[in-house]
Design a protein around this ligand. Structure first.
Ligand SMILES: *Cc1c(COP(=O)(O)O)cnc(C)c1O
Length: 377
């Protein structure tokens, strides 16, 4: 997909806000605790390389990504800091990770055995840095039982192709005010860590939520994700946000402009299926952004800011355009702010997520590569 460089529509990212969020979190870390910036999925839609460079300048010690290609993208940008891939990389790709000094998550003993085979087939031997995954209750990846976990430890310790670098788990509900399940997970992780014969460099469990809601668990590093982007991980459409112990400043806004403005008349429809039909003369503005940009059809009815007025999206969002009802004549070229970086604005990313019945993580990640990322600060 090519970015639309000749279209007035873009994602603006405030790197100053990103830096400030990380600096705030650095001050909040426990003594000796380090921060790994989670920049998976193109830094939650914000652009991985610019965000990673900003994070390094703000004091991050390393990075987490979801897939190997995201780690390689950082290496290609000359980022030499530690990088951990959080997802499962096929064992056959282990030599590429090893050669690039990229740490992989071991999801199981079976995976370690397969990775060992792959590493043995390479003439040049680089050690593969490994973090053992513990499934303390996400039901996703990692050892679920003591036996599996001990078998994994034995494989990494006994085989010189591995460098035993870490052990980690991930919480399902560190962002909830009901901490019963969280406590169950924390206890299981503590138990598993207690079984280890060898202590790796990094034993870690904190995501943004566990850190900023002060869960106070031992975690050698914080895998700081959504907080980088200035968003509260507890946000849902139906509950109040939990108070964060650090200030968070959203970094992302989405901007465009009206490409056409016209008056339609009683009985005229707008968009596919004519879900909006004018009852009287109505001023309609067209915005050149659609679901191919990640601006999904669920945004019908959401109000975006046109000039200084909040105007509802009428008719269905098309693939590449949507229409708004304007309260007065405005010229083509008038600025349209689809998402505001101001958390108090009616078109904040949280409000956009609430409108869709989802979370802001999803709204940010959906913004497609067709929208260029523009950086300021
Ligand atoms: C995505 C992810 C994180 C970061 O989570 P946030 O809620 O964005 O802080 C941390 N750890 C793992 C394993 C993840 O997948």
């Amino acid at each position: 997909m090519v970015p639309g460089l000749h279209r007035p529509a873009y994602v603006q990212v405030d790197l100053g806000a990103i830096k400030q969020n990380i600096v705030n979190e650095m001050k909040h870390l426990a003594p000796g605790q380090k921060l790994f910036a989670v920049v998976k999925a193109n830094a939650y839609g914000h652009g991985s390389v610019p965000v990673a460079k900003t994070a390094l300048a703000a004091g991050a010690s390393g990075f987490c990504v979801a897939i190997l290609d995201e780690a390689l993208e950082l290496r290609r940008a000359n980022i030499a800091a530690p990088i951990l891939v959080l997802g499962v990389v096929p064992a056959k790709e282990a030599p590429i990770a090893a050669a690039n000094g990229i740490s992989l998550t071991a999801p199981s003993a079976e995976w370690l055995a397969a990775a060992k085979e792959q590493l043995a087939q390479k003439a040049e031997t680089f050690k593969l840095k490994v973090h053992l995954g513990v499934d303390s209750g996400m039901g996703r990846i990692g050892a679920n039982t003591d036996e599996e976990f001990l078998a994994m430890e034995k494989l990494v310790v006994d085989n010189s192709c591995f460098d035993f670098e870490g052990v980690f788990t991930h919480f399902a509900s560190a962002d909830s005010s009901d901490d019963r399940y969280f406590k169950k997970q924390a206890a299981k992780f503590k138990h598993m860590v207690g079984l280890l014969h060898t202590r790796p460099k990094w034993i870690h469990c904190d995501n943004t939520a566990a850190s900023i809601f002060d869960k106070d668990l031992p975690s050698d590093l914080v895998r700081f994700g959504i907080g980088i982007y200035g968003l509260n991980p507890s946000s849902t459409p139906t509950t109040a946000d939990l108070p964060s112990s650090i200030p968070l400043k959203p970094a992302l806004s989405v901007e465009s402009e009206l490409t056409m403005v016209k008056t339609i008349h009683a009985g005229d429809g707008v968009g596919y299926g004519s879900t909006f039909v004018a009852e009287r003369d109505t001023i309609i503005g067209t915005v050149p952004v659609g679901y191919a940009d990640g601006w999904v059809r669920g945004f019908q009815g959401f109000k975006v800011k046109v000039g200084d007025k909040y105007c509802p999206i009428v008719g269905r969002v098309c693939m590449d355009q949507f229409m708004v009802e304007l309260p007065e004549m405005m010229p083509a070229g008038t600025k349209v702010e689809l998402i505001s970086a101001d958390p108090a604005a009616p078109n904040s990313i949280k409000k956009a997520a609430d409108h869709l019945g989802t979370i802001h993580y999803e709204v940010a990640c959906l913004l497609s590569d067709r929208l260029p990322r523009v950086y300021r600060n």
